[in-house]
Design a protein around this ligand. Sequence first.
Ligand code: MN
Length: 244
Amino acid sequence: MASGRPLIGITCSHDTQTPTERYYLYMNYVHAVVEAGGTPVLLPAVADETAARGMLEHISGLLLSGGDDLDPYFFHEEPRPELGEIHPDRDAFELFLAREALAGGMPVLGICRGCQVLCVAGGGTLYQDINSQVPGALKHQQKAPGWHPTHDVRLEAPSRLAGIMGTLELRVNSFHHQAIREAGTDFRVVARAADGIVEAIEGHNKIAGFALGIQWHPERMWSHNREFLKIFAALVKEAVVYGR
Ligand code: MN
């Protein structure tokens, strides 16, 4: 029996410590998708592209979750000393999913690392480490509860994100030491912090579908401020249309 709820695929984090290698995902992502009206399913990284494409055939929307750093190899840089832990298998899988979704018009939402994956999938580049590469930057790795907003962001108008949130000014949480450097030709910047750090991007030019990258963590905020659930509701709404 059809539920009418679109299947939203969520990518997982990797713990590659042997012998206890595992996929894992913070529960907030799953709860946000359910609360927004979607049916969540987890997507474990696989190297086999046919298997990865098989996952995409079953979902109507893609959620690229947060996590560790991207290997700068994927945006044609050598690693800086400040680069954190990387998981190249996850990078390759998520970049493949992102490129397939973007090319096929599947709705995709990237959060934190996922925002950066979208950017790189579209040909953009990252700062490997904000503090050593952006003089005068704010604190973007907050030491505060996850739901607590610690810096402002200013949204561009008109933009899809401004339409979703219904405002041009937000105060958001911040748990990132990497950031978008150049959004590339397929994405445009639609939100920045006061220090200029990119806080959201969305697809334009040849990207026809819903493609939104959020640098903060709305999945950790909506329990205290339901306004942030609107971002997940937008993905679910687009996935319903895409799945028809
Ligand atoms: Mn931030």
